[in-house]
Design a protein. Structure first.
Length: 198
């Protein structure tokens, strides 16, 4: 598995759809995942630490995990099926990291597996937004990175992010609804998306 970081949000030039970009530690490969406008807003709000007047759904999920004594250990994006990325949330009981158990702190994958309480199926965009809010890691299987990654062009990436931010600053809710209703149901590039096609 490869630990990924959120490189940012870009805008698909042909479809005007937002894309979350996950980058590997070498910073030479990134994986684009097409998402919807609402998810892009939620991810950007988390990345920027933008305070909201009321909790967004991912803020609520993070609060529920904490209230239930659970911790999001990591997000794992593990497959692409029917042009759709698949992810799971790996949950465990909250524990005091300052007090290691009899065998010491958990530091191997096998020991981590033993501590896993549950793996819950999730859309990658929801999983990413929740990971940002909880400070959890985002992992992707190497096979998925190899299949879906593209070479990084940092200058073009920054331009796309700036264009998307300008778009978000200028769009009204009514215009966004019109845009979403008029959009084709499929992705013109047939690239893997966050959600199955309806």
């Amino acid at each position: 598995m490869v630990e990924m970081s959120v490189a940012g949000i870009a805008l698909d030039a042909s479809s005007r759809s937002p894309i979350v970009l996950l980058r590997d530690p070498s910073r030479r490969r990134q994986v684009p995942i097409w998402i919807d406008q609402a998810q892009a807003h939620n991810i950007m709000a988390g990345l920027n630490g933008t305070p909201q007047p009321r909790p967004l759904s991912h803020d609520l999920m993070a609060a529920l995990l904490e209230a239930g004594g659970l911790q999001l250990e990591r997000v794992i994006i593990h497959a692409i099926e029917d042009s759709t990325f698949r992810a799971v949330l790996r949950l465990k009981h909250e524990q005091d990291d300052a007090q290691p158990g009899a065998q010491g702190a958990i530091d191997t994958e096998a020991e981590s597996e033993a501590e896993c309480l549950a793996e819950i199926d999730a859309r990658p965009s929801d999983a990413i937004a929740l990971a940002i809010r909880t400070g959890s890691s985002i992992w992707m299987l190497e096979e998925v990175v190899a299949e879906a990654s593209i070479a990084v062009d940092a200058e073009a990436d920054a331009e796309d992010q700036d264009e998307f931010r300008r778009f978000l600053d200028q769009v009204s809710p009514a215009a966004l609804v019109r845009h979403l209703k008029s959009r084709d149901s499929g992705n013109p590039n047939d690239a893997p998306t966050d959600s199955p096609e309806v």
